[in-house]
Design a binder for this molecule. Structure first.
Ligand SMILES: Cc1cc2nc3c(=O)[nH]c(=O)nc-3n(C[C@H](O)[C@H](O)[C@H](O)COP(=O)(O)OP(=O)(O)OC[C@H]3O[C@@H](n4cnc5c(N)ncnc54)[C@H](O)[C@@H]3O)c2cc1C
Length: 425
C-alpha cells in the first residue's frame, strides 16, 4: 500500500484529503491527515465573535469536529507533529511515526506575541488578539466592558494571515459602537507598517476613503517595537509613540515551528514553494499549500482552496508518471464586511491587483467588486454555510462557473498597466 500523508487538517489539509481520496483507489493508496486539534475552526468567524455579530456568540458557532469534514476513507490522526524526516520520508508525531511516499504540508501560520517587547505582558490587561479561539473570546469580553476611549488596531509586521482582516475589524468596530450607542465616545485608529490601508494600491484607496467617511484614522509606516501596557502606549522603531485604551494587535507571524526545526523552512517557518506547481523547493515528493508557504499571495482560505485543486491535479499527474503541469496563479478572493449590512469583495492574483467590476459573472454579478453592497453582505453571511458544506467538502461547482485561476471576466481590466497579460498564468 502506498502512503500519502497530509500535515494539518485546517482549510488546506481538509480539502486536499477530500480531493485526493475521491481520485485515488483505496486499494492502492492510504491517505492519512495529522492535526493536533480534533476541532476545525472557521477562522473568518474569529472576526465576528468579538462583536457578537449576527449570531456569532460562542466558539461552538465557529467549530466542528474535524473527522466529520473529511471523507471516511481517510485516516485522521489527532497528534502533535514533532518532526518531518525528509531523508527517510517519515513524519514523527506524539502518536507514532508515519512513512510517506508523498507529503502535502498545510500547517498554516501562527502569531508570536513574545516577539514584541511588552506585548505578552499586556495580554489579559489591555492587549488582545482575535487570531486564536481564546483571543477572540477574550476580546469579546473586553469589548462588552469597553464604554469609550481609544481603540487602536495594530499590525506589528507583514506578512499576516488574512491581510484584509484589520480593515474589516475597524469597519466592524465602527458599526458595533454605533449600534451600542457609544460611537461618539470612541476613537478608532488603524496603525500599520504598510504605506496604506492594504497591500494593493487600488483597493487601498477604496478602503481609505471608506475609513475616512467612517471617521477611522489610519496611521501608516509604523513598525511596532514596544508595547507599554502600563502607560497604554505603543512605540515604533523610529520612537513614534501612540496612546491607546484598548489595543487589538496582530503580533509577528511565522509558519509552523516543526517546519523550521525539520529544516524545511525559510527562516520564518514558511516552506519555500514553487509559486506555480506548489512543490516544495528541493523536495521531489512534497507539496506545500496554504498559509505555510512563502508565496507572494494572501494567506487566505480562498488561496488554500484554489491551491488544493492545483496541488491535487499535479500530484495525481505525478503518480501517473506525468509532469506536474497545472499552474497556480496566486488567485485570492475575500469578502470584506464593512458594517451597516454591507460588504465589499476583492478578487486578484500574483500580478492583477483587485479591480472594480462584477463577480463571478460579467454585468450580472451578483457580487460587486471593490464596492460596498448589501448582496456582498449576504454573500459574506452565507459564506460560513458554504465553508462547512461545500468548500471543505469540495462540492462547489467547478469550471466554468468557479475557476481556481483568477479570471479577467467582469473586471475593469483597463485600470491595469499590463491589462489582460496580468491574468495569464
Ligand atoms: C480572523 C481571521 C479572519 C479570516 N478571514 C478570512 C476570510 O474572510 N477569507 C479567507 O479566505 N480567509 C480568511 N482567513 C484565513 C484562513 O482562515 C486561512 O488562510 C486558512 O485557514 C489557511 O489554511 P491552512 O490549511 O494553510 O491553515 P489552517 O487552516 O490554519 O490549518 C493549519 C492546521 O495545522 C495544524 N498544525 C499546525 N502545526 C501543527 C503541529 N505541529 N502538529 C499538528 N498540527 C499542527 C493546526 O492545528 C491547524 O489545524 C481568516 C483568518 C483569520 C485568523
Amino acid at each position: 500500500m502506498k502512503q500519502i500523508v497530509i500535515l494539518g487538517a485546517g482549510a488546506g489539509g481538509t480539502m486536499s484529503a477530500n480531493h485526493l481520496r475521491r481520485k485515488l483507489s483505496p486499494q492502492e493508496w492510504n491517505i492519512t491527515v495529522i492535526d493536533r486539534n480534533s476541532l476545525h475552526y472557521y477562522q473568518p468567524g474569529f472576526l465576528f465573535l468579538p462583536f457578537r455579530f449576527k449570531g456569532y456568540q460562542e466558539l461552538s458557532d465557529v467549530s466542528k469536529p474535524t473527522r466529520r469534514l473529511i471523507d471516511n476513507g481517510v485516516d485522521v490522526v489527532n497528534a502533535e507533529i514533532t518532526e518531518v524526516d525528509t531523508k527517510n520520508n517519515v513524519v514523527k508525531t506524539r502518536a507514532g511515526n508515519f512513512h510517506y511516499d508523498w507529503l502535502v504540508s498545510s500547517l498554516g501560520c501562527r502569531i508570536i506575541p513574545d516577539q514584541i517587547d511588552g506585548m505578552r505582558e499586556g495580554y489579559e490587561q489591555n492587549v488582545f488578539d482575535f487570531y486564536t479561539p481564546d483571543g477572540a473570546i477574550k476580546l469579546q469580553r473586553a469589548l462588552d466592558r469597553f464604554d469609550g476611549g481609544k481603540l487602536v488596531f495594530n499590525i506589528a509586521e507583514m506578512p499576516i494571515k488574512c491581510p484584509v482582516a484589520p480593515i474589516e475589524f475597524v469597519f466592524l468596530a465602527d458599526y458595533y459602537f454605533h449600534t451600542k450607542g457609544i460611537r461618539n465616545k470612541v476613537e478608532i485608529e488603524l496603525v500599520t507598517p504598510l504605506t496604506g490601508a492594504f497591500t494593493k494600491p487600488i483597493a487601498s484607496k477604496v478602503f481609505s476613503e471608506i475609513a475616512k467617511e467612517k471617521g477611522i484614522k489610519i496611521t501608516t509606516d509604523f513598525s511596532l517595537g514596544y508595547v507599554d501596557h502600563v502607560n497604554k502606549k505603543i512605540r515604533s522603531y523610529t520612537k513614534q509613540e501612540l496612546d491607546y485604551d484598548l489595543l487589538v494587535a496582530i503580533a509577528p507571524t511565522e509558519g509552523a515551528e516543526v517546519i523550521e526545526e525539520s529544516g524545511l523552512g525559510n527562516g520564518a517557518g514558511y516552506i519555500r514553494t514553487d509559486k506555480h506547481t506548489l512543490k516544495a523547493t528541493g523536495h521531489n515528493n512534497i507539496y506545500s499549500i496554504g498559509d505555510g508557504t512563502d508565496l507572494p499571495t494572501s494567506k487566505a482560505g480562498s488561496v488554500a482552496h484554489f491551491e488544493s485543486e492545483v496541488m491535487a491535479k499535479n500530484l495525481l499527474n505525478e503518480i501517473k508518471g506525468k509532469e506536474p503541469k497545472a499552474r497556480f496563479d496566486g488567485h485570492s478572493n475575500c469578502f470584506i464586511e464593512s458594517g451597516f449590512n454591507k460588504a465589499l469583495l476583492i478578487d486578484f492574483n500574483y500580478k492583477a491587483e483587485p479591480l472594480p467590476g462584477k463577480f463571478p459573472l460579467p454585468v450580472v454579478g451578483p457580487f460587486s467588486l471593490l464596492k460596498e453592497t448589501s448582496i456582498n453582505h449576504q454573500g459574506k453571511l452565507a459564506f460560513r454555510w458554504a465553508y462547512w458544506n461545500q468548500i471543505l467538502t469540495c462540492k462547489l461547482p467547478g469550471e466554468p462557473i468557479m475557476t481556481n485561476y483568477c479570471s479577467p471576466t467582469g473586471k475593469k481590466v483597463s485600470m491595469l498597466k499590463d491589462g489582460k497579460a496580468a491574468f495569464e498564468i
